[in-house]
Ligand binder design. Sequence first.
Ligand code: F6P
Length: 346
Amino acid sequence: MRIGVLTGGGDCPGLNAVIRAVVRRSLASGHEVVGVHEGWKGLVEGLFEPLGLREISGILPRGGTIIGTTRTNPYKTGSVDRVLANFREAGLDALVAIGGEDTLGVAARLHREEKFPVVGVPKTIDNDLSATDYTFGFDTAVFIATEAIDRLHTTAESHNRVMVVEVMGRHTGWIAVMSGIAGGADVILIPEQPITVEQACAELRRRHERGPDFSIVVVSEGYELTYESGERRLVGEEARATDQFGHVRLGGVGDELAREIEQRTGYETRVTVLGHVQRGGTPTPHDRILATRYGLKAADLVLEGRFGRMAALHGDDIVDVSLEEATAELKTVPPHFYDVARAFFG
Ligand code: F6P
């Protein structure tokens, strides 16, 4: 068999660990692997590179992806026929697609409509894919955000300031809630449970009047500024273009929130936007292991001819689920997780 592998969407720590595992398992079973460069764009344009032991040597701890990635959507650009033709011409028999809801959404549709022989691996720092307990990359992002919060604590305390930390996560607050709990945040604002700006300020006042004169506020980039009047506003929504999957580029809510907090409470407030630091660099051991297990499972699914499936984590077990189920809806933060965070507000 000739097995293609592609990485799509935002890069993510652990992508190379998956590629390595797919290649190792496939070569050991007597098959060939071909890297498809830059996500779905590589199939639209025919960008291929054979992947052997030499190409994957030393990549386990490396961030990013050795085969590149883009947010190309062949359904948006009308290039599904070219995907199918290039796949055939390259002599490929199967594809491992490593991605989040967008990349795997394309994979699910190709499988449904074209019987395309594809299996999926759940990647995203946002942890918002359904049908799996965790995506790889998330643990690394939470680790980086937690470390940042720890560092901001000491400077916040020294200057008696409020520190607002803006983290990624798109339309879910997984990174904010988990890093906020781990870092002892005093208020956390996420899209799923939008407490108002007034409530956030009340929590900060309660805390500062009681004792410590500093606070840490974690805000997820997709939190809509929400007011008691009922007004809600997603920062950047009006002004920015969307990508090929219809997503607006988020970011900037931290600045606006910090301004609001300072004006309403009088507490000196600063903001830190973590941005792509959360996605860069080496994966945690947890993510390396999870990505490796996902990669082996994906290769096994291909070798068994079980297409339209995605490797998933259920408890301690790596299982397989349908791509349709995984991409049907976003996995949001359940209220019980937010309640844990909320117990430490103020
Ligand atoms: O989906 C991963 C993610 O990092 C989101 O958290 C964030 O909103 C988005 O990608 C940023 O994308 P880009 O790197 O294309 O700006």
